[in-house]
Design a protein around this ligand. Structure first.
Ligand SMILES: Nc1ncnc2c1ncn2[C@@H]1O[C@H](COP(=O)(O)OP(=O)(O)OP(=O)(O)O)[C@@H](O)[C@H]1O
Ligand SMILES: Cc1ncc(CO)c(N)n1
Ligand SMILES: [Mg+2]
Length: 529
């Protein structure tokens, strides 16, 4: 084995060192050490593979990733149109900038386009010690374009592989590294793993993504003692560009967190499978092999894109709060009730399910969301942040005994809508501090839907409105006979009324909503005059 700064003999010593290091850093900086992967790889302009995949994979796994760019490719889903190698001394400069300043746990290599770049890297690894080296011996893209020529093979074999804690060739790369042997079956892959191991890397993973005629996606892991056949389902998708880079980065990320090698590989394989499954239908580019979504967000992201982007306070104008009991009583489904309310003019919908089973609630939320999205009406979930997250609803409404707004905000992120029920100035201030978007203020009048809920009347509503910068929706016993009075108070941040029974404890939801909408329009236009 060549000497160098790469040490990862077993996970125990790795862990011990991390702990020592992190307590040392804490002494110095007063902060915890962050697991850190350095990716030494090429740029893919299409951002499915290369450095871009590495950054996304590490971000998805919660690990910091710094980058040394070895080459810039003009690449898309069709293929690689051009390659521009970064000068070797500039690669050296980047390595020095990162390694002299930051505590890198694991180095992961991708495209290393020349013997000179490999030498520069090996030199850096002797100067700066890291805990592990993950080598993805990138040579040919799936589109068949050459990313590192055959002249590199001997340097890979003789100098880079012996330094590696793991090497992760695909079938073509394993074959090239072994002088062009045939690799067509799982048995061939085992054989290749053993031969590659003899070149010096501590572990070998021969990836079978491109194995012809295999129903599963089979990879062979060999640690010098045992073979492991790692299988996952083979996802039927065109979006597999960058799976190799992602797998290697995820292995590096898990090692940086302190996982043993086999665990890191298993986690990485599962992660790739999950991301491919999630992304199987997304469409980016016109070529044969598309990128996938490392952060599992693009599908819901594109849906959210269609709703009005940020929260618009005027959405509170006619706020429909559902009640499954009432809808059952009148013999209609929740989705039908929501559709009728929206058709009648409801500007926002809140799903309020006090007794539903979680699974049923989630299904209802998804169905209602589809209706709401198709009309550009936001859907909020009462109380249940988990249901809001799982259904990708537009936000939640929480009461004083539910999850605090600040915690809901942390869980839901900056873009979701959060409303809080408030009766007092203090509660309104707390909602503002916690990151709420609006206040539901009431009960203004008494109501059947909330037992033992003291009313605050129009005075209480006025007090809360005047004390808060947040938009307010009035709630509690509001119906066609009193909605006008509420709105005509002319409170500038009172944006609308929230209603339950006045819409849903009625035979004709559509007609009732229309009636209330017309009345609110009239009340607010008289306010303007
Ligand atoms: N359709 C698929 N379904 C599930 N897993 C897959 C699929 N295709 C590839 N994989 C897995 O993804 C990982 C990467 O393997 P692959 O053989 O595709 O690497 P690669 O050719 O280096 O990828 P690339 O060059 O596109 O980055 C392996 O764990 C493999 O089993
Ligand atoms: C830059 C770059 N690195 C690696 C691969 C292998 O997928 C690629 N296609 N492009
Ligand atoms: Mg690859």
């Amino acid at each position: 084995m060549a000497s160098g700064g790469v040490i990862l003999s077993n996970s125990f010593s790795f862990y011990q060192k991390r702990i020592v290091m992190s307590s040392r850093m804490q002494e110095k900086n007063g902060g915890a050490s962050i697991p850190h992967v350095l990716s030494v790889a090429g740029s893919d302009s299409g951002a499915g593979a290369g450095i871009q995949a590495d950054l996304k994979a590490c971000a998805a796994r919660g690990v910091y990733c710094s980058t040394v760019i070895t080459s810039v490719t003009a690449q898309n889903t069709v293929g690689v149109q051009a390659v521009h190698a970064v000068p070797e001394d500039f690669v050296a400069q980047q390595l020095k900038s990162v390694l002299s300043d930051m505590q890198v746990d694991v180095v992961k290599t991708g495209m290393l386009p020349s013997v000179g770049v490999v030498k520069v890297l090996l030199q850096s690894l002797t100067e700066f010690s890291v805990r592990a080296l993950v080598v993805d011996p990138v040579m040919v893209s799936t589109s068949g374009d050459v990313l590192a020529g055959p002249s590199i093979l001997s340097t890979f074999r003789e100098e880079l592989l012996p330094m590696a804690n793991i090497v992760t060739p695909n079938i073509k790369e394993a074959s090239a590294l072994l002088g062009g042997i045939r690799l067509e079956t799982v048995a061939d892959m085992r054989n290749a793993a053993e031969l590659l191991h003899a070149l010096g890397p501590r572990n070998v993973l021969v990836k079978g993504g491109d194995l012809p005629d295999s129903l599963d996606a089979v990879d062979i892991f060999f640690n010098g003692e045992r073979f492991y056949e790692l299988r996952s389902s083979r996802i039927k998708t065109r979006n597999t560009h960058g799976t190799g880079c992602t797998l290697a980065s995820c292995i590096a990320a898990e090692l940086a967190k302190g996982s043993p090698m086999l665990t890191a590989v298993r986690v990485a394989k599962r992660y790739v499978e999950t991301a491919l499954e999630y992304s199987k239908d997304i469409l980016i580019g016109n070529g044969i092999q598309g990128p996938f979504d490392h952060l599992l967000r693009l599908k819901s992201g594109s849906q959210s894109f269609h709703r009005k982007d940020a929260f618009n306070p005027s959405d509170l104008f006619l706020y429909a709060v559902t009640d499954s009991g009432m809808n059952k009583k009148w013999g209609r489904s929740m989705v039908d009730a929501v559709a009728a309310a929206i058709q009648g003019g409801a500007t926002i919908v809140q799903l309020r399910e006090k007794d539903a089973e979680t699974r049923d609630f989630l299904e209802t939320a998804k169905s209602c969301l589809a209706v709401c999205r198709s009309h550009g009406v936001p859907l909020l979930i009462n109380d249940r942040v988990d249901i809001a997250l799982a259904s990708d609803a537009d936000g939640v409404h929480v009461g004083q005994s539910d999850m605090p707004a600040s915690v809901a905000r942390t869980l839901l992120g900056p873009e979701k809508i959060i409303g809080v029920s408030c009766k007092t100035i203090e509660q309104a201030q707390q909602a503002w501090i916690g990151g709420a978007d609006y206040i539901g203020c009431g009960g203004v009048y008494s109501t059947n839907t909330k037992a033992n809920n003291p009313t605050i009347g129009l005075d209480g509503l006025k007090t809360v409105c005047s004390a808060s910068k947040l938009p307010v929706v009035a709630i509690g016993g509001i119906n066609a006979s009193n909605a006008g009075t509420v709105m005509e108070m002319g409170l500038p941040n009172l944006k609308g009324v929230a209603v339950v029974s006045a819409l849903f404890d009625r035979e004709n939801v559509l007609a009732e909503t229309k009636k209330l909408h017309a009345l609110l329009m009239e009340a607010s236009s008289s306010k303007i005059q």
